[in-house]
Design a protein around this ligand. Structure first.
Ligand code: AMP
Ligand code: MG
Length: 349
């Protein structure tokens, strides 16, 4: 398949081009498109064959449900059995934006889209190109991240092309994404609303609207012995090819520990890498040293994380060490993704 790449600017949208992209989705094809979180791989959410194509293009297990993207609130009524009070409140505060809500699905949504579940995950993105595309495509776009399964989510169009070229009809290039980590997921089908995946919308922000929220106990720990409620969270997602270990502690000890390990691996002829921050990165002695940015600027770190993980792959780094971050606020989402990428390997020094 020949994948067509088109450029659409958020500020000056070419609506004819967006219309062509929408037609591809209406006809059962796939289009990768930008959102504020990461690039998504979009198909018609109400067409079972489209969802099957998405799984195939990603190489993703088909029990891993897709998020349905809408652009208008009235579309929500069609795809869920009922809209709970909590969903109205959250939508008012956070939609359009990087929040996904899980509700009971209506018969309009095929099981192919929900991975066989009776619930459906819904998000209304804020990115203007995403919104225009969703409308042009008929209103319901199922879209996981536009990466091959097991690779970090794409935060720039070159990574979408790297993973999806030849596998889908079209890619819409609107430049780099803004947030760089996937949406927060909250389950509204349980007695108390439960966060299944942390993201840019933090637990505190959600609690301000709902009073209190629970957290899925598998979110930050590997040893809970329970299956995560978001089926996708059980897979070793976001994984670089190299073996990643997180080192937690004060900077001086972290640098000393990592450099000792690096020297050992270098003797064994392994290619080594370190994911550090601006103040520490020059102190590491690995083959490849990358900074995620200023440790105090969490939004910048979130935006850089997947790019740096991919760069480690591109440079064929075999052993990777990463610094740790405080798991509060946006830091919780950063650590959730980093821990998953590391298969929960973390050493406290
Ligand atoms: P991605 O599309 O790659 O951002 O991943 C979507 C995430 O949402 C996966 O972890 C899914 O398991 C989760 N998800 C989607 N639909 C549901 C649902 N109905 N119930 C629980 N988790 C869901
Ligand atoms: Mg994904």
């Amino acid at each position: 398949m020949n994948t067509r790449v088109i450029r659409v600017d958020e500020q000056h949208m070419d609506m004819a081009l967006v219309g062509e992209a929408g037609d591809i989705i209406r006809a059962g094809g796939l289009v990768a498109f930008p959102t504020e979180t990461v690039y998504g791989l979009g198909g018609d959410a109400l067409n079972p064959q489209s969802s099957e194509k998405i799984y195939r293009a990603k190489g993703r297990p088909s029990d891993n449900p897709l998020i349905v993207h809408i652009a208008d609130m009235e579309k929500l009524e069609v795809i869920v059995r009922e809209i709970p009070e909590s969903a109205w409140k959250l939508a008012k505060r956070f939609w359009p934006g990087p929040l996904t809500m899980i509700m009971h699905k209506s018969d309009a949504v095929p099981y192919e889209t929900t991975g066989g579940l009776d619930t459906v995950a819904v998000r209304m993105p804020v990115h203007a190109v995403a919104r225009a595309l969703i409308r042009a495509a008929g209103g319901y776009v199922a879209a996981p991240s536009a990466n091959r399964s097991g690779r970090p989510s794409p935060t720039a169009v070159e990574y979408v092309i790297e993973d999806m070229d030849g596998r889908i009809e079209m890619v819409i290039d609107s430049g780099d994404v803004e947030i760089g980590l996937e949406s927060t997921i909250i389950d509204l089908t349980t007695d108390r609303a439960t966060i299944l995946r942390p993201g840019y919308i933090t637990d505190r922000m959600l609690a301000q609207v709902l009073g209190e929220v629970e957290e899925d106990c598998t979110m930050m720990r590997a040893d809970s012995g329970q299956a995560p409620k978001a089926p996708g969270m059980k897979y070793r997602h976001y994984a670089p090819k190299g073996e990643l270990t997180i080192i937690d502690g004060v900077e001086e000890s972290v640098v000393a520990y990592i450099n000792t390990q690096i020297r050992r691996h270098m003797k064994g002829n392994k290619k080594t890498g370190v994911i550090g921050t601006d103040t520490s990165v020059s102190k590491y002695q690995a083959d490849v040293c990358k900074s995620l940015g200023d440790r105090n600027d969490e939004t910048a770190i979130a935006r850089e994380l997947y790019r740096v993980l991919r760069e480690m792959d591109d440079e064929n780094v075999e052993i990777i060490y990463a610094e740790s971050f405080e798991a509060v606020g946006l830091g919780q989402a950063i650590m959730n993704r980093l821990l998953k990428a590391a298969g929960h390997r973390i050493i406290h020094v």
